[in-house]
Write a protein that binds this ligand. Structure first.
Ligand SMILES: *[C@@H]1O[C@H](CO)[C@@H](O)[C@H](O)[C@H]1NC(C)=O
Ligand SMILES: *[C@@H]1O[C@H](CO)[C@@H](O)[C@H](O)[C@H]1NC(C)=O
Ligand SMILES: *[C@@H]1O[C@H](CO)[C@@H](O)[C@H](O)[C@H]1NC(C)=O
Ligand SMILES: *[C@@H]1O[C@H](CO)[C@@H](O)[C@H](O)[C@H]1NC(C)=O
Ligand SMILES: *[C@@H]1O[C@H](CO)[C@@H](O)[C@H](O)[C@H]1NC(C)=O
Ligand SMILES: *[C@@H]1O[C@H](CO)[C@@H](O)[C@H](O)[C@H]1NC(C)=O
Ligand SMILES: *[C@@H]1O[C@H](CO)[C@@H](O)[C@H](O)[C@H]1NC(C)=O
Ligand SMILES: *[C@@H]1O[C@H](CO)[C@@H](O)[C@H](O)[C@H]1NC(C)=O
Ligand SMILES: *[C@@H]1O[C@H](CO)[C@@H](O)[C@H](O)[C@H]1NC(C)=O
Ligand SMILES: *[C@@H]1O[C@H](CO)[C@@H](O)[C@H](O)[C@H]1NC(C)=O
Ligand SMILES: *[C@@H]1O[C@H](CO)[C@@H](O)[C@H](O)[C@H]1NC(C)=O
Ligand SMILES: *[C@@H]1O[C@H](CO)[C@@H](O)[C@H](O)[C@H]1NC(C)=O
Length: 825
């Protein structure tokens, strides 16, 4: 998701001095990449040294990335929370103030108010003593020292402008925090009970145990992207290494209250009826000695305070900051080294962008296994929070996972199936442990089908029951929930009409009746995902019905609509069959109505979600051949794609645009896709804080970039990978579970081709592809089963001759209606 900024995120703006992070971050990364380029072996490389966690933490394009200390797929990501728009807590903007360091964050979500940020701790100087400490959000906020923020995988540091340094490292559910105060000062800390970033507190309890220097907190909060009637519970357990000097509670508000209770140890806030401005409260403690850093250990739980305390003990115990940090770095090295690259011949900024993206490809969702609450209390399945949202992640995030980590993919697949078991339908946008808003439909269908297509032979060993997986798919495809805004789809009317009709009487269920055109497109591709598994499992009658439903995208295509010389656009449609005209430009970057909102808001009546008809009309990844026909044939299709890119309709940062750059492959013109791939990387991505075109969308953008840098592109819910031109001359992908390594080598790699515009005469276009020494049937695509599943060698020969390379020299990639995807292996 990412509705707040996505449509307005343009090309990379320049100028605004962010003053963060510390220049040491880039210097250190540059030096590490240089050293790796000179090293003769990759055996002892520390891959964390190539990662820049600050990419996407900007206030220009708003990548909304969390640069906090985290282990892969953790529940805890520790970073500082800032004023202003900062949905992941942190923002590089030096004009914003810090309100505290907190252990829970999502990354890249673009939730307008932010998500999590509970249980902040704020170190303070209160020269006037306990009663003079300003503990409220407004009172305690503090600028940071410019050019000092630091982070690398497993580590985060921020120095306030009063010279207090906050550092953090972490495990899956706990963090170790280190606070260094200026010598001679008396350390004070506020520990916040009520505040979270969206100010959604619904009550909670806090206890101070001075004997053990322990503070426990628990409470209820609301969703950051979902119906406000739902609340979740969270629990924290802070243990300070040193003994408190003073301790007490405080309460505050924005009407002037900032009251302290020295010596009090208990707060129980149960009734909060006034909304708007947050009720504030927490603990205030002090220490005598600032000559050594103050250490705080915090455990987080979604089940109980006891579990939070116990987790901190089992995951961290008495380990030192360095020990916890080294363990975290080890976990990151295991993830990052899944892809080894030719460091010596890869441009340094490509290496940095690549491993920074690899990092974000293993940052979320959050592994909350053993911490399920509500319907998931006691579940014996793996449990993940922050599936934020499946509409974003099915396109590239999960396909990327399928080429290197089937074991992790299996856990997440089982988690989607468990959602169906416990709540009736698979999760769509689980956030804060609550069902979040649906965007397209049940995109989980394309995620679990991707797994089934890729690993059906291993599914059982990996803990996934394929017949249950199919039942979950079938339910999402057949059973209309009474409310389809958070789980499932509006499947009753979709089945009846062959599209999601606009303004239809639907007495059996409710939901936000908008986005009819884009929901139809997404539903149809979800049906294709189900069709694929039906085929895999030989569900004979379902194969036919879901194949037919996969074609329903055609039913919202209005051949009569014209825009800028091109004919045939997707439109929403009444139940009587009449199309409802909306200008295909609406909600595109060229929309002249700049006040229109285009996400879930009431004034989005165009029929599309966060997108225009110009953008969404390309969307039928499983049947592009027919789309080409509807749009007037290959030549017109190519011209229309060119117009789409050259006129500024394409939005690299928006998921519905993801499949467009490779559209040329289907019109037998793959050299054009290569050109667009170079262009989109250069115009939208960079190794700097504003280096993403918009929200990272829980790693969707990271994995989109990874595929382009690797010169590959997935067709979701299939085993097909389209061939592009790698930015990296040689790399090896390790699929460790399968004990399979695949090396991709670019033959004739030309460093001058890593540019846009592509330098004249530089070899970049795909001339030939061989797989394990045999020429591929087409230079446009190849199959997962011949490569990443079993390992081997892929050689991509490149040429500077655009025309020579501008055909598939074999079949174009599969489309359903021309006999493609006929069988599975
Ligand atoms: C790498 O190998 C070259 C040639 O064998 C040698 O001169 C160089 O010292 C080696 N570099 C390192 C870092 O080991
Ligand atoms: C820090 O940077 C901000 C933004 O560039 C600037 O406004 C501020 O004056 C700087 N602070 C110091 C102490 O230089
Ligand atoms: C802090 O101050 C104390 C007492 O003045 C002194 O002994 C100690 O060396 C100082 N520590 C540092 C790190 O400056
Ligand atoms: C802190 O110092 C004060 C004054 O010396 C003393 O009374 C108090 O007991 C000390 N507190 C702790 C926890 O050592
Ligand atoms: C908090 O207060 C409520 C209502 O007054 C009470 O039911 C509950 O038991 C209290 N909880 C704790 C932990 O004290
Ligand atoms: C989880 O287990 C507890 C303790 O046995 C029980 O009280 C609770 O009802 C269970 N919750 C669910 C959702 O199964
Ligand atoms: C999630 O946590 C559980 C419990 O520690 C562990 O077994 C599992 O491997 C973890 N999964 C991932 C993807 O990290
Ligand atoms: C698929 O099912 C059909 C009808 O039930 C059966 O005739 C056919 O042999 C099955 N094919 C496979 C590959 O199992
Ligand atoms: C279909 O319904 C719409 C909205 O009521 C109406 O404007 C349109 O004329 C109808 N079309 C037909 C063919 O009756
Ligand atoms: C587009 O080109 C492909 C490959 O040459 C061809 O198979 C296909 O029929 C063409 N499509 C149309 C609509 O002409
Ligand atoms: C990488 O660095 C080179 C050399 O500074 C620069 O020309 C190029 O634009 C950069 N590439 C990207 C994708 O930022
Ligand atoms: C493939 O292309 C490369 C680069 O142009 C060339 O060196 C190689 O000979 C070609 N291989 C085949 C099998 O044609």
């Amino acid at each position: 998701m990412g509705f707040t900024t996505k449509l307005f995120a343009g090309a990379l703006a320049a100028g605004l001095a962010a003053a963060q992070p510390s220049p040491d971050v880039q210097n250190r990364i540059t030096a590490a990449i240089e050293a790796a380029a000179k090293a003769n072996s990759t055996a002892d490389l520390d891959y964390t040294a190539f990662v820049n966690p600050f990419i996407g933490t900007d206030s220009i394009n708003y990548g909304d990335v969390c640069p906090g200390a985290a282990v892969p797929f953790a529940m805890v990501r520790v970073t500082a929370d800032f004023t202003g728009y900062a949905p992941a807590g942190y923002i590089d903007d030096a004009t914003q103030k810090c309100r505290g360091l907190s252990p829970m964050h999502d990354s890249g979500t673009g939730s307008s108010l932010g998500t999590y940020g509970n249980f902040e701790v704020m170190p303070m100087l209160c020269p006037g003593g306990f009663d003079t400490c300003e503990t409220t959000l407004l009172g305690r906020e503090q600028y940071r020292k410019n050019n000092t923020d630091d982070a690398y995988p497993g580590y985060f540091s921020l120095t306030l402008d009063n010279d207090i340094q906050m550092e953090a490292t972490s495990t899956r559910r706990a963090a170790l925090e280190r606070f260094t105060f200026p010598n001679g000062t008396k350390p004070y800390f506020t520990i916040d009970l009520a505040n979270d970033l969206p100010a959604s507190f619904k009550g909670g309890v806090m206890d101070i145990d001075p004997e053990n220097s322990r503070i426990t907190l628990s409470g209820h909060w609301g969703s950051s992207f979902g119906p406000t009637i739902y609340t979740y519970e969270a629990f924290a357990c802070y243990d300070f290494e040193q003994k408190f000097d003073e301790y007490g509670v405080w309460t505050g508000d924005q009407y002037g209250m900032d009251a302290k209770g020295l010596g009090m140890t208990h707060l129980n806030v149960t009734q909060l009826l006034y909304g708007g401005t947050p009720y504030q409260s927490g603990a205030l403690v002090s220490f005598n000695d600032s000559s050594a850093p103050i250490l705080a250990r915090v455990g987080i739980s979604y089940t109980s305070v006891d579990q939070a305390c116990q987790t901190a003990q089992t995951e961290i115990g008495g380990a030192s900051f360095e020990q916890v940090l080294n363990a975290s770095k080890e976990l990151w090295n295991e993830k990052l080294s899944k892809v080894e690259i030719d460091f010596a011949n890869t441009p340094a900024n490509i290496t940095e962008m690549f491993y920074s993206s690899m990092y974000r490809a293993s940052l979320t969702p959050s592994n909350a296994t053993g911490e399920g609450q509500g319907a998931f209390a006691n579940t014996t399945s793996p449990y993940f929070d922050s599936l934020y949202c499946s509409w974003d992640t099915f396109r590239t995030f999960f396909p990327f996972m399928s080429i290197h980590s089937p074991d992790v993919f299996a856990q997440m697949t089982e988690n989607y199936i468990d959602g169906w078991r416990k709540q009736g339908w698979m999760p769509e946008c689980r956030a804060n442990n609550l069902p979040g808003w649906t965007q397209g439909g049940s995109s989980g269908c394309n995620i679990v089908s991707q797994f089934a297509i890729s690993y059906h032979d291993q599914a059982q060993a990996l803990g996934v029951d394929l017949s249950e997986l199919y039942e979950a798919l079938w339910t999402d495809g057949e059973v209309n929930p009474p409310e389809w805004d958070t789980l499932g789809r509006q499947i009753n009317v979709y089945k009846e009409y062959g599209y999601v009709p606009f303004a239809v009487l639907d007495p059996s269920s409710t939901g936000r009746q908008t986005r009819e055109a884009s929901r139809t497109l997404e539903y149809a591709f979800e049906d294709f995902g189900i069709r694929q598994v039906a085929l895999l499992l030989n569900k004979t009658s379902d194969i036919e019905s879901y194949t037919n439903r996969s074609y329903y995208y055609r039913n919202v295509f209005d051949p009569s609509v014209e825009s800028e010389g091109f004919k045939g656009f997707t439109q929403k449609r009444y139940s009587n069959g009449t199309f409802f005209y909306t200008d295909p430009i609406d909600c595109s970057p060229k929309d002249t109505n700049t006040s229109r909102e285009c996400s879930l808001q009431a004034d989005n009546t165009v029929g599309f979600f966060e997108s225009s008809s110009w953008e969404y009309s390309w969307y039928a990844p499983h049947d592009v051949a027919h789309l080409i026909e509807m749009m007037g044939g290959n030549d017109t299709f190519i011209k229309r794609l060119d117009h789409y890119f050259d006129s500024g309709y394409y939005l690299a940062g928006n998921e519905p645009s993801f499949q467009a750059p490779v559209g040329y492959h289907y019109a037998n013109a793959p050299a054009n896709s290569v050109k667009r791939s170079r262009q989109l990387v250069y115009e939208n991505f960079a190794s700097k804080t504003e280096g993403l075109p918009g929200n990272d969308d829980s790693g969707a953008m990271a994995t989109f970039l990874i595929f382009h840098l690797l010169g590959l592109y997935p067709v979701p819910s299939t085993s097909h990978y389209l061939t592009l031109s790698p930015f990296i001359p040689k790399y090896t992908i390790h699929n460790t579970y399968m004990n399979a390594s695949t090396t991709v080598t670019v033959q004739g790699y030309d460093p001058n081709s890593i540019a846009y515009p592509i330098a004249n005469g530089s070899a970049v276009y795909v001339k030939n592809v061989t797989i394990n020494g045999k020429p591929a049937a087409s230079r446009c695509y190849f199959d997962f089963y011949d490569t990443f599943k079993v390992g081997g060698d892929i050689v991509i020969g490149v040429t500077s001759d655009f025309d020579e390379a501008n055909s598939c020299d074999g079949p174009v990639p599969d489309s359903l209606s021309t006999g493609g995807f006929a069988s599975l292996r």
